[in-house]
Design a protein around this ligand. Structure first.
Ligand SMILES: Cc1cc2nc3c(=O)[nH]c(=O)nc-3n(C[C@H](O)[C@H](O)[C@H](O)COP(=O)(O)OP(=O)(O)OC[C@H]3O[C@@H](n4cnc5c(N)ncnc54)[C@H](O)[C@@H]3O)c2cc1C
Length: 317
């Protein structure tokens, strides 16, 4: 097969799809508007200090392993994922701390510092989280909800899983201590969500973390991006940075031309655009009144993403 694919955006999504398309036999080019790869996971260097712009912890390491194994390579030869202990440390306003640990036993010891009776509630919370995971992650996470009917089909399951509850309502059902209630409700914050309004489907993370663990990549997340770049080069993917897609030209319901700041690309069989969808519909496809799988941008309510503060001790460095 000598088909050509263009992938737009070099975040983890774009990088992963480029590798998968290459494996399927496509002559693949990845196009990125910035000068470096990684998207939200790219690296900033300020005054000689390197900062990972976004993600820091890995909760589904097998997804990275899979990308290397597509080309008969071992992720371990490129990247060293180190299990974290504790997974998270919470600092409360009054100086109390709570360590959310890698085993249920260690976590229970921490829970008992606040409220021993909540250990039983934590087991129940984990059990409910597994039920949500078995449907929300195993069955639904790779399904696109682009049609109303597809969404309707999952409603009975969502009802059984009590997805009408928010994350904090679900956690509060099982835990009584106010500190623990806060600690076990934070996961929606990872995607800019409010635990008091985000559906309890998001509580599946409790079980997901227990299933695969929480890891840090030695060298930081930037190291993952640079090693995936190495893998893309090794398997022959072409990389174009400083190339911003300005417009898609659509003919007969198909993209016939990709106009960038540098060139017009016409020679391709497949386009995958992994930029933020509202931006794609409102800017890159604005001339065409295409049906969107979500509300028009002006009607969307945006939330803030995760905000990360880095601290360093200059003296120690
Ligand atoms: C602060 C923060 C912390 C996070 N922490 C974690 C964590 O610890 N663990 C975790 O698993 N997840 C975490 N996340 C989430 C994770 O970072 C994202 O889910 C993931 O990086 C998104 O990847 P993506 O490929 O979908 O999109 P992006 O990374 O957004 O990639 C999109 C790419 O498209 C490019 N692009 C856009 N428009 C165009 C155009 N017109 N032409 C060419 N290129 C274009 C952009 O420049 C960008 O490089 C965090 C996110 C943030 C913001």
């Amino acid at each position: 097969m000598n088909k050509k694919a263009i992938v737009i955006g070099s975040g983890f999504g774009g990088i992963a799809v480029s590798l998968r398309l290459k494996k399927l036999g496509y002559d693949t080019t990845i196009v990125e508007k910035l000068e470096s790869l990684g998207g939200r996971a790219r690296v900033f260097e300020i005054n000689g200090y390197k900062h990972d712009a976004g993600p820091t912890v890995i909760t589904a390491p097998f997804l990275f392993d899979e990308l290397f194994s597509l080309f008969n390579k071992n992720r371990e030869d490129y990247l060293d994922f180190v299990p974290l202990e504790p997974w998270y440390r919470y600092y409360f306003h009054d100086g109390k701390t709570f360590d959310y640990c890698s085993t249920v036993e260690k976590t229970n010891e921490q829970i008992s510092k606040f409220e021993p009776n909540d250990i039983n509630g934590y087991y129940k919370l984990l059990n409910q989280s597994k039920k949500i995971f078995d449907i929300g992650f195993t069955q639904l996470s790779d399904k696109p909800f682009i049609s109303f009917f597809k969404m309707i089909k999952v409603i009975p399951n969502l009802f059984i899983l009590q997805s009408y509850l928010t994350v904090s309502q679900l956690v509060n059902k099982y835990l009584k201590n106010p500190y623990l209630r806060k600690a076990f409700s934070i996961h929606p914050l990872l995607v800019g969500g409010d635990p008091h309004t985000t559906t309890s489907i998001y509580a599946l993370i409790h079980y997901l973390e227990r299933k695969w663990g929480v890891f840090f990549c030695m060298g930081g997340t930037g190291k993952i991006v640079s090693e995936l770049k190495k893998l893309m080069i090794e398997c022959g993917i072409k990389i174009k940075t400083n190339t911003e897609v300005k417009e898609f030209v659509v003919e007969n319901n198909k993209i016939s031309k990709i106009i960038t700041n540098n060139e017009a690309i016409t020679n391709f069989d497949l386009v995958v655009c992994n930029a933020d969808p509202p931006m794609v519909y409102s800017n890159l496809l604005k001339k065409y009144n295409l049906k969107r799988p979500f509300k028009k941008e002006k009607n969307l309510l945006y939330s803030m993403g995760l905000f990360v503060l880095f601290f360093w001790n200059q003296k120690k460095i």
